[in-house]
Each structure stands twice: as structure tokens, then as C-alpha cells.
Design a protein around this ligand. Structure first.
Ligand SMILES: [Zn+2]
Length: 247
């Protein structure tokens, strides 16, 4: 270990007490760490101003240097950013929200573009997610249906008018099923009475459906469209029941 004299305090000190620097031929600072620290403590404001001014005068140069540093120290920068953002969560959140608020249209356009370019993968992902959370999704769907009745009705109306063939087909399929499933002894008046009663319930603000206890269309059974097979159910129960049959 060599010794060296400090140009400021003139003491002869070990080289480990000097900072390594690039601008000196010897590769070591001319002043010792203590003298540098003293100078820094006594001139903090002056140094800060000088640094800020230099940074402002050399924006381009700084940009290039910083980019070079980031490129050469990717992992280090990443973990530093993570560390900082973890300990400044609120600040990150507010900056993010502010950005979102100011750039709503840009974000919207980007999202739409992403959706257009990745339609298939998004659909697959959603299908898997739905399958894995089927019960949760069913509850969510029921809740959504309960709180968005008007929107759903409006959307369905538009869909039906744009896809009249589908609506007609399913209506006639249902009619045919009812006809096929109606025994010759079916009680038209009684059945009509049940439908009218349900209509009255709906009029009174109760969301009910007329349900076939044994479904008309099911893989294993085919219920009849007759009075014994009809019941009035709250809409959400009927929708969750769909055409399932549990014997
Ligand atoms: Zn010194």
C-alpha cells in the first residue's frame, strides 16, 4: 500500500484514504476523502447549483450517458426502480392516475389496437379463465344481469334486429318444442292462466319467469308443455337453472 500527500491538508496518507477518479493520471484524487467531505459540507448549496446548471446545459450529453448506463446496467436499474417504487407506492399510484387522466384517448386507442391485434389470444385466455372460475363467473353474471337490466334489454334488442334470422329461428324452435311437447289433453286455459299470473307478477315489479320443471329441451329428458310441468320462478333462479335437469 502506497502513501500519498493531500494537496489540501498536506498530510501524508495511505492511498485508500483517497477516492479513485478517472480524471487524474494516477487514478486517485489529489485531495483526501476527509478534505473532499469537508469541502462538500461547507459548500453544499454552491455544489448543488453548479450540478443543476451543468445538468441543464448538457441535457443531450446527459441523455446519451444515462441511456448508455441503463443499457449496460439493465438488471441493476430494474431492481433500483422496483425498490424505489415499492417504497413510494402512493406517489407511483398518483403519477399513474394523473397520466391516465391526461391521456385517456391515447390509452383507449392503444387498448383498442391491442384488442384488435390479439383477439384470438384474448378470447382463449378469457375462455380458460371462465372455465376455471365458472361458479364465481355465474354469480358475477347474475349480479350484472340484476343491475344492468336496461342496458341488457337495449343491447339484446339491437342484436335481435341485426340478427333477425337467429331470433326467429330460436322462437320457432321453442314454439315447435312446445307444440311437440303439448299432450292432446293439455289445458290451454290453465296454461294461459299461469302465463297471465306471471305477467301480473312482473307488472307488480317481481322479476319472474314461467319455467318448465322438466325442461323441454335437454340431453336426456324432454318435458311436457302442460300445467303439471309449469312453475313460476324468480328470474334469477330460472336463468341459473337454464335447461338443466337433476331428476
Ligand atoms: Zn486532505
Amino acid at each position: 500500500m502506497k502513501n500519498k500527500s493531500c494537496t489540501k491538508c498536506k498530510y501524508i496518507k495511505s492511498t485508500v484514504e483517497f477516492k479513485p477518479v478517472k480524471w487524474n493520471k494516477s487514478g486517485i484524487d489529489s485531495q483526501c476523502i476527509c478534505c473532499r467531505e469537508d469541502y462538500y459540507q461547507n459548500n453544499k448549496e454552491k455544489i448543488k447549483l453548479r450540478v443543476t446548471k451543468w445538468a441543464e446545459d448538457n441535457k443531450e450529453k446527459r441523455k446519451i450517458t444515462e441511456k448508455k448506463y441503463r443499457d449496460n446496467n439493465k438488471e441493476k436499474c430494474k431492481s433500483a426502480v422496483k425498490l424505489w417504487s415499492d417504497s413510494n407506492k402512493d406517489r407511483v399510484k398518483s403519477v399513474r392516475n394523473e397520466y391516465k387522466r391526461k391521456n385517456k384517448d391515447i390509452i383507449k386507442a392503444k387498448d383498442a389496437e391491442y384488442r384488435d391485434n390479439n383477439r384470438e389470444s384474448i378470447n382463449t385466455k378469457n375462455r380458460v379463465l371462465y372455465k376455471n372460475n365458472i361458479n364465481k363467473e355465474k354469480i358475477r353474471s347474475l349480479l350484472y344481469r340484476g343491475t344492468h337490466k336496461k342496458e341488457i334489454a337495449a343491447r339484446s334488442k339491437i342484436y335481435k334486429s341485426n340478427n333477425r334470422h337467429i331470433a326467429t329461428r330460436s322462437a320457432s324452435k321453442r314454439r315447435a318444442l312446445k307444440l311437440n311437447a303439448s299432450p292432446s289433453w293439455h289445458e290451454t286455459d290453465l296454461i294461459e292462466f299461469i302465463y297471465r299470473t306471471a305477467q301480473y307478477f312482473r307488472y307488480m315489479g317481481n322479476d319472474v319467469h314461467v319455467d318448465h320443471i322438466v325442461p323441454l329441451s335437454n340431453k336426456i329428458v324432454c318435458g311436457l308443455h302442460c300445467i303439471d310441468n309449469l312453475q313460476i320462478l324468480p328470474a334469477h333462479k330460472n336463468l341459473s337453472k337454464s335447461n338443466k335437469f337433476y331428476g
